[in-house]
Design a binder for this molecule. Structure first.
Ligand code: JHZ
Length: 408
Protein backbone atom coordinates (compact mmCIF):
# COMPACT_ATOMS: atom_id res chain seq x y z
CA UNK A 1 0.00 0.00 0.00
CA UNK A 2 1.54 3.35 -1.03
CA UNK A 3 2.39 5.88 1.70
CA UNK A 4 2.53 9.51 0.55
CA UNK A 5 5.52 11.68 1.27
CA UNK A 6 4.21 14.66 -0.71
CA UNK A 7 0.94 16.58 -0.58
CA UNK A 8 -1.98 15.01 -2.45
CA UNK A 9 -2.95 18.43 -3.79
CA UNK A 10 0.12 20.65 -4.34
CA UNK A 11 2.86 17.97 -4.21
CA UNK A 12 4.94 19.89 -1.67
CA UNK A 13 7.04 17.67 0.59
CA UNK A 14 6.47 19.90 3.62
CA UNK A 15 4.07 17.60 5.46
CA UNK A 16 3.67 17.91 9.23
CA UNK A 17 2.41 14.66 10.78
CA UNK A 18 0.20 15.37 13.78
CA UNK A 19 -1.86 12.26 14.50
CA UNK A 20 -1.23 8.52 14.38
CA UNK A 21 -4.30 6.34 14.96
CA UNK A 22 -2.31 3.11 14.74
CA UNK A 23 -3.04 0.14 12.50
CA UNK A 24 -6.80 -0.13 12.00
CA UNK A 25 -9.06 -2.29 9.81
CA UNK A 26 -11.09 -0.69 7.01
CA UNK A 27 -13.94 1.30 8.51
CA UNK A 28 -16.58 0.01 6.08
CA UNK A 29 -15.07 -3.47 5.97
CA UNK A 30 -17.93 -5.11 7.86
CA UNK A 31 -17.24 -8.78 8.45
CA UNK A 32 -19.69 -11.53 7.50
CA UNK A 33 -20.29 -14.52 9.79
CA UNK A 34 -18.34 -16.83 7.43
CA UNK A 35 -15.24 -14.63 7.61
CA UNK A 36 -14.99 -14.19 11.37
CA UNK A 37 -12.03 -16.57 11.64
CA UNK A 38 -10.13 -15.02 8.73
CA UNK A 39 -7.29 -12.56 9.24
CA UNK A 40 -8.56 -9.03 8.76
CA UNK A 41 -6.19 -6.65 6.98
CA UNK A 42 -5.10 -3.63 9.03
CA UNK A 43 -3.53 -0.46 7.69
CA UNK A 44 -1.66 2.42 9.34
CA UNK A 45 -3.62 5.66 9.70
CA UNK A 46 -1.42 8.75 9.97
CA UNK A 47 -2.67 12.32 9.47
CA UNK A 48 -0.58 15.25 8.20
CA UNK A 49 -0.93 18.96 7.42
CA UNK A 50 0.63 20.47 4.28
CA UNK A 51 2.54 23.59 5.25
CA UNK A 52 2.34 24.81 1.65
CA UNK A 53 -1.37 24.57 0.69
CA UNK A 54 -2.88 23.84 4.16
CA UNK A 55 -4.50 20.55 3.13
CA UNK A 56 -4.96 18.03 5.93
CA UNK A 57 -4.64 14.48 4.63
CA UNK A 58 -3.82 10.90 5.54
CA UNK A 59 -0.60 9.41 4.22
CA UNK A 60 -1.88 5.95 3.28
CA UNK A 61 -3.78 5.15 0.09
CA UNK A 62 -5.75 1.92 0.19
CA UNK A 63 -6.69 0.78 -3.34
CA UNK A 64 -10.12 2.21 -4.25
CA UNK A 65 -11.22 -1.21 -5.55
CA UNK A 66 -10.65 -2.55 -2.01
CA UNK A 67 -12.46 0.33 -0.30
CA UNK A 68 -15.48 0.49 -2.59
CA UNK A 69 -15.78 -3.22 -3.32
CA UNK A 70 -18.91 -5.03 -4.43
CA UNK A 71 -20.23 -5.32 -0.91
CA UNK A 72 -19.71 -1.64 0.03
CA UNK A 73 -22.43 -1.26 2.65
CA UNK A 74 -23.13 2.50 2.63
CA UNK A 75 -26.53 3.53 1.21
CA UNK A 76 -27.34 7.25 1.52
CA UNK A 77 -31.11 6.77 1.49
CA UNK A 78 -31.20 5.31 5.02
CA UNK A 79 -31.12 8.81 6.48
CA UNK A 80 -34.26 10.95 6.13
CA UNK A 81 -32.07 13.94 7.08
CA UNK A 82 -29.80 13.36 4.08
CA UNK A 83 -32.83 13.00 1.82
CA UNK A 84 -34.25 16.31 3.07
CA UNK A 85 -30.87 18.03 2.86
CA UNK A 86 -30.36 16.90 -0.77
CA UNK A 87 -33.86 17.82 -1.87
CA UNK A 88 -33.48 21.35 -0.51
CA UNK A 89 -30.19 21.73 -2.40
CA UNK A 90 -31.70 20.45 -5.67
CA UNK A 91 -34.86 22.58 -5.38
CA UNK A 92 -32.74 25.68 -4.87
CA UNK A 93 -30.51 24.94 -7.88
CA UNK A 94 -33.46 24.15 -10.17
CA UNK A 95 -34.99 27.47 -9.21
CA UNK A 96 -31.81 29.60 -9.26
CA UNK A 97 -30.38 28.10 -12.49
CA UNK A 98 -33.74 27.67 -14.25
CA UNK A 99 -33.06 24.00 -14.96
CA UNK A 100 -35.41 22.02 -17.18
CA UNK A 101 -35.65 19.17 -19.74
CA UNK A 102 -32.72 20.59 -21.76
CA UNK A 103 -30.37 20.83 -18.82
CA UNK A 104 -28.00 18.06 -17.78
CA UNK A 105 -26.97 17.22 -14.22
CA UNK A 106 -24.21 14.80 -13.23
CA UNK A 107 -23.55 13.51 -9.75
CA UNK A 108 -20.21 11.96 -8.83
CA UNK A 109 -20.53 9.23 -6.20
CA UNK A 110 -24.28 9.29 -6.69
CA UNK A 111 -24.70 6.20 -4.46
CA UNK A 112 -28.29 4.87 -4.58
CA UNK A 113 -29.68 7.88 -6.47
CA UNK A 114 -30.84 9.63 -3.27
CA UNK A 115 -30.07 13.13 -4.69
CA UNK A 116 -30.56 12.77 -8.45
CA UNK A 117 -34.02 11.28 -7.89
CA UNK A 118 -35.18 14.84 -7.14
CA UNK A 119 -34.05 16.01 -10.61
CA UNK A 120 -35.65 12.97 -12.25
CA UNK A 121 -38.93 13.84 -10.52
CA UNK A 122 -38.62 17.41 -11.85
CA UNK A 123 -37.97 16.22 -15.43
CA UNK A 124 -34.29 17.24 -15.52
CA UNK A 125 -32.00 14.71 -17.30
CA UNK A 126 -29.32 13.21 -15.08
CA UNK A 127 -26.36 10.87 -15.01
CA UNK A 128 -25.07 9.27 -11.83
CA UNK A 129 -21.55 7.86 -11.60
CA UNK A 130 -20.54 5.57 -8.74
CA UNK A 131 -18.06 2.73 -8.24
CA UNK A 132 -20.10 0.71 -5.70
CA UNK A 133 -22.16 -2.02 -7.41
CA UNK A 134 -25.01 -2.45 -4.89
CA UNK A 135 -25.91 1.26 -4.60
CA UNK A 136 -25.63 1.62 -8.44
CA UNK A 137 -28.14 -1.21 -8.91
CA UNK A 138 -30.47 0.42 -6.38
CA UNK A 139 -30.21 3.75 -8.25
CA UNK A 140 -30.94 2.23 -11.67
CA UNK A 141 -33.88 0.32 -10.18
CA UNK A 142 -35.21 3.62 -8.84
CA UNK A 143 -35.06 5.15 -12.34
CA UNK A 144 -31.86 7.15 -11.84
CA UNK A 145 -29.58 6.43 -14.80
CA UNK A 146 -26.24 5.55 -13.21
CA UNK A 147 -22.88 4.35 -14.54
CA UNK A 148 -20.92 1.83 -12.50
CA UNK A 149 -17.50 3.50 -12.73
CA UNK A 150 -14.82 5.52 -11.00
CA UNK A 151 -14.81 9.14 -12.12
CA UNK A 152 -11.64 10.86 -13.29
CA UNK A 153 -10.14 12.81 -16.16
CA UNK A 154 -10.51 10.00 -18.75
CA UNK A 155 -14.21 9.33 -18.10
CA UNK A 156 -14.82 13.10 -18.11
CA UNK A 157 -13.13 13.42 -21.50
CA UNK A 158 -15.12 10.50 -22.88
CA UNK A 159 -18.42 12.05 -21.75
CA UNK A 160 -17.44 15.52 -23.00
CA UNK A 161 -16.53 14.00 -26.39
CA UNK A 162 -19.99 12.44 -26.51
CA UNK A 163 -21.43 15.93 -26.02
CA UNK A 164 -22.48 15.23 -22.43
CA UNK A 165 -21.16 18.30 -20.64
CA UNK A 166 -22.97 19.27 -17.47
CA UNK A 167 -24.82 22.36 -16.27
CA UNK A 168 -24.45 21.13 -12.70
CA UNK A 169 -21.99 18.65 -11.26
CA UNK A 170 -22.72 17.45 -7.73
CA UNK A 171 -20.06 15.81 -5.65
CA UNK A 172 -21.14 15.18 -2.06
CA UNK A 173 -18.65 13.47 0.20
CA UNK A 174 -16.50 12.27 -2.66
CA UNK A 175 -13.68 14.80 -3.18
CA UNK A 176 -12.07 13.63 0.04
CA UNK A 177 -12.41 9.99 -1.05
CA UNK A 178 -10.45 9.96 -4.30
CA UNK A 179 -6.83 8.94 -4.51
CA UNK A 180 -6.15 11.02 -7.63
CA UNK A 181 -7.27 14.32 -6.14
CA UNK A 182 -5.99 16.43 -9.04
CA UNK A 183 -7.33 14.06 -11.73
CA UNK A 184 -10.75 14.21 -10.13
CA UNK A 185 -10.88 18.03 -10.08
CA UNK A 186 -9.50 18.33 -13.61
CA UNK A 187 -12.21 15.84 -14.66
CA UNK A 188 -14.81 18.16 -13.15
CA UNK A 189 -13.38 21.08 -15.14
CA UNK A 190 -13.50 19.01 -18.34
CA UNK A 191 -17.08 17.84 -17.82
CA UNK A 192 -18.50 21.20 -16.72
CA UNK A 193 -20.07 23.51 -19.31
CA UNK A 194 -18.47 26.96 -19.50
CA UNK A 195 -21.40 28.46 -17.61
CA UNK A 196 -21.96 25.44 -15.37
CA UNK A 197 -21.42 25.12 -11.64
CA UNK A 198 -19.85 22.34 -9.61
CA UNK A 199 -21.45 21.98 -6.19
CA UNK A 200 -19.22 20.03 -3.88
CA UNK A 201 -19.72 19.08 -0.25
CA UNK A 202 -17.04 17.87 2.12
CA UNK A 203 -16.63 17.82 5.90
CA UNK A 204 -14.95 20.97 7.28
CA UNK A 205 -11.59 20.35 8.89
CA UNK A 206 -12.14 23.18 11.37
CA UNK A 207 -15.11 21.34 12.88
CA UNK A 208 -13.13 18.11 12.90
CA UNK A 209 -10.32 19.68 14.92
CA UNK A 210 -12.39 21.97 17.17
CA UNK A 211 -14.94 19.27 18.08
CA UNK A 212 -12.44 16.41 18.30
CA UNK A 213 -14.28 14.49 15.54
CA UNK A 214 -11.23 12.24 15.12
CA UNK A 215 -13.50 9.28 14.31
CA UNK A 216 -14.33 10.82 10.91
CA UNK A 217 -10.74 9.97 9.99
CA UNK A 218 -10.49 6.63 8.17
CA UNK A 219 -8.98 5.26 4.98
CA UNK A 220 -11.92 6.30 2.77
CA UNK A 221 -11.27 9.92 3.76
CA UNK A 222 -7.94 10.86 2.24
CA UNK A 223 -8.34 14.66 2.58
CA UNK A 224 -9.91 17.04 5.15
CA UNK A 225 -10.60 20.37 3.48
CA UNK A 226 -10.68 24.00 4.54
CA UNK A 227 -11.69 26.91 2.31
CA UNK A 228 -7.98 27.76 2.02
CA UNK A 229 -6.91 24.32 0.81
CA UNK A 230 -9.98 23.73 -1.39
CA UNK A 231 -9.61 27.08 -3.16
CA UNK A 232 -5.97 26.30 -4.06
CA UNK A 233 -6.92 22.88 -5.44
CA UNK A 234 -9.77 24.22 -7.60
CA UNK A 235 -7.66 27.13 -8.84
CA UNK A 236 -4.98 24.71 -10.12
CA UNK A 237 -7.62 23.36 -12.54
CA UNK A 238 -9.11 26.64 -13.72
CA UNK A 239 -12.08 26.56 -11.36
CA UNK A 240 -12.92 29.58 -9.21
CA UNK A 241 -14.32 29.05 -5.77
CA UNK A 242 -17.07 31.64 -6.02
CA UNK A 243 -19.22 30.78 -3.05
CA UNK A 244 -19.18 28.63 0.05
CA UNK A 245 -21.78 27.71 2.63
CA UNK A 246 -21.37 26.04 6.02
CA UNK A 247 -23.77 23.14 6.70
CA UNK A 248 -24.36 21.24 9.96
CA UNK A 249 -24.35 17.83 8.23
CA UNK A 250 -21.76 15.18 9.21
CA UNK A 251 -20.48 17.20 12.15
CA UNK A 252 -19.99 20.35 10.03
CA UNK A 253 -19.41 20.48 6.27
CA UNK A 254 -18.78 23.05 3.58
CA UNK A 255 -20.60 23.29 0.28
CA UNK A 256 -18.31 24.77 -2.37
CA UNK A 257 -19.66 26.41 -5.55
CA UNK A 258 -17.04 26.39 -8.34
CA UNK A 259 -17.30 27.99 -11.76
CA UNK A 260 -15.10 28.72 -14.76
CA UNK A 261 -15.35 32.49 -14.48
CA UNK A 262 -14.42 34.48 -11.41
CA UNK A 263 -17.19 36.02 -9.35
CA UNK A 264 -16.07 35.56 -5.77
CA UNK A 265 -18.64 36.23 -3.04
CA UNK A 266 -17.96 37.87 0.32
CA UNK A 267 -18.63 34.49 1.95
CA UNK A 268 -15.44 33.13 0.43
CA UNK A 269 -13.30 36.16 1.31
CA UNK A 270 -14.67 36.27 4.85
CA UNK A 271 -14.02 32.59 5.47
CA UNK A 272 -10.50 32.81 4.07
CA UNK A 273 -9.79 35.73 6.39
CA UNK A 274 -11.22 33.98 9.41
CA UNK A 275 -9.30 30.75 8.67
CA UNK A 276 -6.10 32.78 8.55
CA UNK A 277 -7.03 34.71 11.69
CA UNK A 278 -7.56 31.52 13.74
CA UNK A 279 -4.50 29.82 12.23
CA UNK A 280 -6.17 26.99 10.31
CA UNK A 281 -3.51 27.50 7.62
CA UNK A 282 -0.63 26.99 10.06
CA UNK A 283 0.70 23.81 11.65
CA UNK A 284 0.33 25.08 15.25
CA UNK A 285 -3.44 24.68 14.93
CA UNK A 286 -3.02 20.89 14.72
CA UNK A 287 -0.26 20.56 17.27
CA UNK A 288 -2.28 19.51 20.34
CA UNK A 289 -4.89 17.44 18.51
CA UNK A 290 -3.21 14.11 19.13
CA UNK A 291 -3.14 14.79 22.88
CA UNK A 292 -6.82 15.79 22.86
CA UNK A 293 -7.77 12.58 21.04
CA UNK A 294 -5.84 10.51 23.61
CA UNK A 295 -7.62 12.36 26.45
CA UNK A 296 -10.98 11.65 24.84
CA UNK A 297 -10.11 7.95 24.56
CA UNK A 298 -9.38 7.94 28.26
CA UNK A 299 -12.57 9.66 29.30
CA UNK A 300 -14.83 7.49 27.10
CA UNK A 301 -13.16 4.31 28.38
CA UNK A 302 -13.43 5.47 32.00
CA UNK A 303 -17.14 6.21 31.61
CA UNK A 304 -17.83 2.84 29.94
CA UNK A 305 -15.77 0.98 32.58
CA UNK A 306 -17.70 2.72 35.40
CA UNK A 307 -21.01 1.69 33.83
CA UNK A 308 -19.85 -1.91 33.43
CA UNK A 309 -18.60 -1.92 37.03
CA UNK A 310 -22.19 -1.18 38.13
CA UNK A 311 -23.24 -4.36 36.31
CA UNK A 312 -25.08 -2.47 33.55
CA UNK A 313 -25.21 -3.42 29.89
CA UNK A 314 -24.16 -1.28 26.91
CA UNK A 315 -25.01 -1.51 23.18
CA UNK A 316 -24.19 0.98 20.41
CA UNK A 317 -26.16 2.80 17.71
CA UNK A 318 -24.83 3.12 14.14
CA UNK A 319 -22.54 0.67 12.33
CA UNK A 320 -21.04 3.82 10.83
CA UNK A 321 -17.56 4.05 9.36
CA UNK A 322 -16.77 6.61 12.06
CA UNK A 323 -17.98 4.08 14.64
CA UNK A 324 -15.37 1.62 13.40
CA UNK A 325 -12.60 4.21 13.88
CA UNK A 326 -13.85 5.04 17.35
CA UNK A 327 -14.16 1.50 18.69
CA UNK A 328 -10.92 0.33 17.13
CA UNK A 329 -8.82 3.30 18.25
CA UNK A 330 -10.43 3.24 21.70
CA UNK A 331 -10.16 -0.57 21.87
CA UNK A 332 -13.80 -1.05 22.81
CA UNK A 333 -14.66 -4.71 22.29
CA UNK A 334 -17.37 -7.29 22.95
CA UNK A 335 -16.55 -7.28 26.65
CA UNK A 336 -18.02 -3.75 26.72
CA UNK A 337 -20.55 -3.58 23.86
CA UNK A 338 -23.11 -6.37 23.47
CA UNK A 339 -24.18 -5.37 19.94
CA UNK A 340 -24.55 -2.46 17.53
CA UNK A 341 -27.84 -1.53 15.87
CA UNK A 342 -28.29 0.02 12.43
CA UNK A 343 -31.25 0.59 10.14
CA UNK A 344 -29.25 -0.30 7.06
CA UNK A 345 -30.37 -3.84 6.20
CA UNK A 346 -27.09 -4.38 4.28
CA UNK A 347 -25.19 -3.99 7.56
CA UNK A 348 -27.44 -6.11 9.77
CA UNK A 349 -26.20 -9.66 10.38
CA UNK A 350 -22.58 -8.59 9.82
CA UNK A 351 -19.94 -7.62 12.40
CA UNK A 352 -18.03 -4.40 13.09
CA UNK A 353 -14.48 -4.52 11.73
CA UNK A 354 -11.76 -5.28 14.27
CA UNK A 355 -13.67 -6.19 17.41
CA UNK A 356 -16.41 -8.13 15.60
CA UNK A 357 -19.36 -6.71 17.50
CA UNK A 358 -22.58 -8.08 15.94
CA UNK A 359 -24.85 -5.66 14.04
CA UNK A 360 -28.61 -5.96 14.58
CA UNK A 361 -31.77 -4.11 13.60
CA UNK A 362 -32.73 -1.16 15.87
CA UNK A 363 -35.62 -3.20 17.34
CA UNK A 364 -32.96 -5.03 19.39
CA UNK A 365 -32.88 -1.96 21.67
CA UNK A 366 -36.45 -2.74 22.67
CA UNK A 367 -36.08 -6.54 22.87
CA UNK A 368 -32.74 -6.63 24.71
CA UNK A 369 -33.17 -3.31 26.56
CA UNK A 370 -29.51 -2.47 27.19
CA UNK A 371 -29.08 0.08 29.99
CA UNK A 372 -26.95 2.38 27.83
CA UNK A 373 -26.38 2.94 24.11
CA UNK A 374 -23.17 4.46 22.80
CA UNK A 375 -24.12 6.79 19.94
CA UNK A 376 -21.56 5.98 17.24
CA UNK A 377 -23.60 7.85 14.58
CA UNK A 378 -23.53 11.03 16.73
CA UNK A 379 -23.97 13.17 13.60
CA UNK A 380 -27.56 11.93 13.45
CA UNK A 381 -28.16 12.13 17.21
CA UNK A 382 -31.33 14.26 16.99
CA UNK A 383 -32.88 12.05 14.34
CA UNK A 384 -32.01 8.87 16.21
CA UNK A 385 -33.23 10.16 19.60
CA UNK A 386 -36.53 11.13 18.01
CA UNK A 387 -36.94 7.58 16.66
CA UNK A 388 -35.95 5.97 19.95
CA UNK A 389 -38.60 7.47 22.22
CA UNK A 390 -39.81 4.03 23.25
CA UNK A 391 -36.33 2.93 24.34
CA UNK A 392 -35.84 6.21 26.22
CA UNK A 393 -39.23 5.99 27.90
CA UNK A 394 -38.28 2.50 29.04
CA UNK A 395 -35.40 4.05 31.00
CA UNK A 396 -32.61 3.61 28.41
CA UNK A 397 -29.85 6.21 28.19
CA UNK A 398 -27.69 7.34 25.27
CA UNK A 399 -24.00 8.24 25.52
CA UNK A 400 -22.67 10.70 22.94
CA UNK A 401 -18.87 10.22 22.75
CA UNK A 402 -17.66 13.42 21.01
CA UNK A 403 -16.51 16.16 21.55
CA UNK A 404 -16.53 14.77 25.09
CA UNK A 405 -18.63 11.95 26.53
CA UNK A 406 -22.11 13.01 27.63
CA UNK A 407 -24.91 10.84 29.00
CA UNK A 408 -28.31 12.01 27.74
P1 JHZ B 1 -23.06 7.96 8.62
C1 JHZ B 1 -20.32 7.46 5.62
O1 JHZ B 1 -19.69 7.53 6.88
C2 JHZ B 1 -19.38 6.83 4.68
P2 JHZ B 1 -20.40 6.95 8.15
C3 JHZ B 1 -18.74 7.76 3.73
N1 JHZ B 1 -17.34 7.46 3.66
C4 JHZ B 1 -18.82 9.22 4.07
O2 JHZ B 1 -18.09 9.99 3.54
C5 JHZ B 1 -19.76 9.69 5.08
O3 JHZ B 1 -20.77 8.75 5.29
C6 JHZ B 1 -20.35 11.01 4.74
C7 JHZ B 1 -27.28 4.45 10.31
N2 JHZ B 1 -28.49 5.13 10.71
O4 JHZ B 1 -23.96 8.30 7.53
C8 JHZ B 1 -26.97 4.53 8.85
C9 JHZ B 1 -29.45 4.40 11.40
O5 JHZ B 1 -29.26 3.21 11.65
O6 JHZ B 1 -22.90 8.91 9.71
C10 JHZ B 1 -25.47 4.43 8.84
O7 JHZ B 1 -25.06 3.08 8.83
N3 JHZ B 1 -30.57 5.06 11.81
C11 JHZ B 1 -19.41 7.59 2.41
O8 JHZ B 1 -20.68 5.51 7.90
C12 JHZ B 1 -25.04 5.07 10.16
O9 JHZ B 1 -26.18 5.05 10.99
C13 JHZ B 1 -30.79 6.36 11.55
O10 JHZ B 1 -31.82 6.88 11.94
O11 JHZ B 1 -19.62 7.31 9.35
C14 JHZ B 1 -24.63 6.49 9.99
O12 JHZ B 1 -23.48 6.55 9.24
C15 JHZ B 1 -29.79 7.08 10.82
C16 JHZ B 1 -29.98 8.52 10.51
C17 JHZ B 1 -28.65 6.43 10.43
O13 JHZ B 1 -21.73 7.79 8.00
Amino acid sequence: MPTNTTCRSCHSDSLYQFLDLGRVPLADGLVSADDLEKDEPRFPLVVAFCRHCALVQILETVAPETLFSDDYPYYSSFSPYILKHSKANVDELIERRKLGPRSFVVELASNDGYLLKNYVDAGVPVLGIDPAKGPVEAANNAGVHTLHAFFGESLARQLANEGKRADIIHGNNVLAHVADTNGFVSGIATLLKDDGVAVIEAPYVKNLIDNCEFDTIYHEHLCYFSVTSAKALFKAHGLYLNDVKWLPIHGGSLRYYCEKSENVSDNVSNMLESEHAVGLDRSDYYHKFSQRVATLKNSVNTLLADIKAEGKSIAAYGAAAKGATLINYMEIGTDTLDFVVDRNVHKQGRYMPGHHIPIKAPEALIHSAPDYVLMLAWNFADEILAQQQRYLEGGGRFIVPVPEPRVL
